[in-house]
Write a protein that binds this ligand. Structure first.
Ligand code: GRF
Length: 197
């Protein structure tokens, strides 16, 4: 399975997928990493792993690059841009995204990065976590593939919660990409079956 990963930041989720492909856990190959931010450390991680790393802000050119690479799966790993309906149409049910909350809580327009954890703390939730989902035209609204929860403690702040959530994001993104590459994901209505049936 040929994978493209889109990043905007440090790329720690990308790194988890790179490692899992390198050690054979994921039966897939990252063919390209694209970022809309030139200084994204995720591009450096790609270069260090001898993966084609491209800085491209124009979405039309991003689409052309992906289509040129014969990609089977697009992974959004901290990609801070909303994809156009055209992009989503072209890669229908081949785009997955990781979001640092238990969707449908604390998601959608304006909920990204530390803001998500700040809102969870302010709300006073006892559990937060991460979600991997297929991307559709509703920001963070596509069919959910996997979720994992973490406890929120009284003394937590956005930083301590983000750190705890990020650790399970790295597990979740690898598990979701592996399920996809193993052909185990089946969308039935709004639900994603992960047993292949
Ligand atoms: C992660 O928290 C991810 O859920 C959110 O942005 C952050 C990206 O982190 N979308 P990284 O660039 O993968 O380290």
């Amino acid at each position: 399975v040929n994978i493209a990963v889109l990043v905007s930041g440090s790329g720690s989720n990308l790194q988890a997928v790179i490692d899992a492909c390198e050690n054979g856990h994921i039966n897939g190959r990252i063919k390209i990493v694209i970022s809309n931010r030139e200084e994204a450390y995720g591009l450096q991680r790609a270069k260090d792993a001898s993966i084609n790393a491209v800085f491209e802000k124009d979405e039309k050119r991003v689409i052309d690059i992906i289509e040129g690479e014969d990609i089977d799966l697009v992974v959004l790993a901290g990609y801070l841009k909303i994809l156009s309906p055209d992009f989503i149409k072209r890669f229908e049910n081949k785009i997955i995204n990781i979001h640092p909350s238990l969707i449908p809580s604390f998601c959608g327009k304006g909920y990204y990065g530390k803001i998500v954890h700040q809102k969870a703390i302010e709300y006073g939730v006892k559990l937060s976590g991460a979600t991997v989902h297929f991307v559709n035209e509703e920001p963070d609204g596509g069919p959910i593939i996997l979720q994992r929860a973490v406890p929120v403690y009284d003394e937590d702040n956005a930083d301590s919660l983000q750190k705890r959530v990020l650790e399970i994001e790295h597990e979740l993104i690898v598990d979701a990409v592996k399920l996809y590459c193993d052909g185990k994901l089946k969308i039935v209505g709004r639900r994603v079956h992960t047993n292949g049936k």
